[in-house]
Design a protein around this ligand. Structure first.
Ligand code: ADP
Ligand code: MG
Length: 221
């Protein structure tokens, strides 16, 4: 039996050009994340973390190199194909919140499932797992910061993704909430999800199985 690696990134390059200015945001980044592995991408501001995660999620297109998602090529595909791959295999926890303010927690989750065309997840069970069962009918404005973070995670997990990608998910959180979110990410990895989190938080680096250190778009040895 061949094992499909959830995420493989090969010699990834991303250049930005504005007039005579050229920024080399990623310069030959290679790594993979196995099923059940929690990988943290660390590095100073401007080192390329968000660019890398955007290329992985297919919201951005690399200048060179390849991203493989569950054995499918994500990079150098039309936007519609990337969106389909994302819906089928990937969950995203955005830096901003993942929730629509005018929808309840349960409605936000249902919308995410609808958009992903993937209804295999029992929404009630997922909310239960994240400690949100009693908050299903609450609106985002009625949630504590910890509940908001967990509700955002519920939306990211709505399609039971093979890969969970989060760009600085704990950047705005207090320590107790950060700890809660990291525990949930860790338990998700233990259940077999490949977890990729960018952060410059020491707590995230400690929670991860492995740390990829980025400097100026290059993985440090
Ligand atoms: P990080 O997330 O680690 O802070 P980024 O991936 O956001 O780093 O940025 C990496 C580099 O690419 C930075 O020098 C940044 O200024 C540049 N960059 C990011 N996005 C763009 C863009 N859309 N246009 C031009 N330069 C960009
Ligand atoms: Mg960033």
């Amino acid at each position: 039996m061949t094992v499909v690696v959830p995420l493989r990134v090969e010699r990834l390059y991303r250049f930005y050009r504005a007039g005579d200015e050229e920024t080399l945001a990623l310069r030959g980044v290679t790594f993979q994340v196995d099923a059940g592995e929690f990988l943290a991408v660390s590095g100073p501001s401007g080192s390329g973390k968000s660019t890398l995660l955007g290329c992985v999620a297919g919201t951005d297109e690399p200048s060179g190199g390849t991203v493989w998602i569950a054995g499918h090529r994500m990079s150098h595909q039309p936007a519609a194909a990337r969106a389909r791959l994302r819906g089928d295999h990937l969950g995203m926890l955005a830096q901003e919140r993942n929730l629509f303010d005018h929808l309840t927690v349960a409605q936000n989750l249902r919308l995410a499932q609808h958009l992903a065309r993937q209804n295999s997840v029992d929404a009630r069970r997922l909310l239960d797992e994240l400690g949100l069962a009693a908050r299903a009918d609450s609106f985002p404005s009625q949630l504590s910061s910890g509940e908001t973070a967990r509700a955002g995670l519920a939306v990211a997990l709505a399609n039971d993704p093979a890969i969970l990608v989060a760009d600085e998910p704990t950047g705005e959180l207090d320590e107790a909430t950060e700890e809660q979110v990291l525990a949930l990410l860790g338990s998700r990895a233990e259940q077999g999800t490949a977890v990729l989190v960018s952060s410059h938080s020491a707590m995230v680096r400690r929670a991860a199985d492995r740390v990829l250190q980025l400097e100026d778009g290059i993985v440090q040895p």
